[in-house]
Design a protein. Structure first.
Length: 304
């Protein structure tokens, strides 16, 4: 059912004359008559009936004209929604890991509420695999993900990623054991790893990227790290370190608690990288375009 024909019918219901419809829409009376006749064939029912030298809508025509109001309004709303020059409006569904939500999304949310009240965010905390799966299933519009320079993550087909920020990570150890690494600022990451080769190591319970980095550096240093414990919360990782359960990677610009010492890993570096991931072709949707622009405007070093 062509929306232009619905427009002709709606204007006929409003104006009552095919000539007036033709004048209002900048066409001919013959065109109006032909288009309404085609619409009648498409619907399988008469939409107009003669009244002297004029026509009027049949009961079916009046019902269809009533539907046309809603249909044409919905089409107009969709066109405005997809117009890249229109004021952004709509709900953007976002999922990501807690640090990215706090660090990148929450400041954006505050600005949206003040400057773009027609754009609404729905936020879910999810780790990488879940967020990407939800995005691929069209249950999300935007995923905030991460990887490490030593354990890059491969995106699935049909997804685009935009780098947001990165931050170095170090090796968190009990302060009483920090001297094992030798000099205060050793120049070699592998030297630091070898110093803790006999310790237990703490991995991430929700994402294996940390474990991949630890195993890669351990292999480069000539040993196989004993990854015994797992935790997702950075605070819990520190609790485990303080309790003597092992050592772990932690972000270098996050203050550690008394009793935990963070050793820098200068060569090779361990760098966490955060991304905004969308489905291909979706980033031109005005509300999502706006959110991505605000996120990338905050791009720069940050902690995890």
């Amino acid at each position: 059912m062509d929306s232009r024909r619905l427009r002709y019918l709606l204007e006929l219901a409003r104006l009552g004359s095919m000539r007036e419809v033709a004048d209002a829409l900048g066409t001919t009376t013959s065109t109006v008559s032909q288009q309404i006749a085609v619409l009648a064939r498409e619907t399988g029912t008469a939409l107009v009936e003669p009244v002297g030298r004029r026509v009027r809508l049949t009961p079916a025509g009046r019902r269809l004209a009533s539907h046309a109001v809603t249909i044409l309004a919905a089409i107009e709303a969709a066109q405005l929604d997809l117009d890249p020059d229109a004021e952004p409006a709509g709900t953007v569904r976002v999922a990501g890991f807690a640090t990215a939500i706090r660090r990148s999304l929450m400041p954006v949310a505050a600005g949206l509420a003040a400057d773009h009240p027609k754009v609404r965010l729905i936020v879910h905390e999810h780790e990488q695999a879940d967020a990407v799966a939800m995005l691929a299933a069209n249950d999300l519009d935007l995923a905030l993900t991460y990887d490490y320079n030593l354990a890059p993550a491969a995106l699935g087909a049909g997804l685009d990623s935009t780098p947001l920020w990165s931050t170095p990570w170090g090796l968190a150890v009990p302060a009483s054991d920090a001297g094992r690494a030798g000099p205060t600022d050793p120049a070699d990451t592998l030297t630091i790893f070898r110093a803790f080769r006999h310790h237990n190591w703490i991995g991430n319970s929700m994402n294996r990227a940390d474990e991949h980095v630890v195993r890669t550096l351990g292999s480069m240093a000539g040993f196989t790290p004993r990854l015994t414990h797992q935790a997702d919360s950075l605070d819990l990782v520190e609790d485990l370190i303080l309790a003597g359960f092992g050592v772990a990677l932690l972000p270098a610009d996050r203050p550690t608690r008394p009793g935990v010492r963070l050793l820098g890993l200068p060569n090779p570096e361990v760098v966490l990288r955060c991304y905004a991931v969308t489905r291909q072709g979706r980033a031109t949707w005005p509300p999502l375009t706006l959110v991505l622009r605000l996120l990338t405007a905050r791009r720069g070093p940050a902690s995890a």
